[in-house]
Design a protein around this ligand. Sequence first.
Ligand SMILES: [Zn+2]
Length: 100
Amino acid sequence: MSPTIYRHAVSHPRIPKDDMRRAGEALQAEKSECSEKARLLAKYKIAALDYGRVVSVLSERAGVMSEEEYVRIRDYIEVAHVITDRARTMLDRHVAEHGC
Ligand SMILES: [Zn+2]
């Protein structure tokens, strides 16, 4: 965990739109038969990475962070979990309906 990532996770408790856009572009660049699936997959990947990142921040810093920091990160983990779940559900639903 680099200090940059740590600061980022703490001071900006949202999935960065720039990361989302870049990941989307990267996936669009790959050959995909379904652009909607690629879009949903990109969203899911970003959400899952973000979730994993903030969970590791909490586990690495649990003993040394302030209570305020801890509560903030814990709340963000809950949000990140919901976003990740939702992204996966949307991806699964699309694949099931579209058969792609
Ligand atoms: Zn599709």
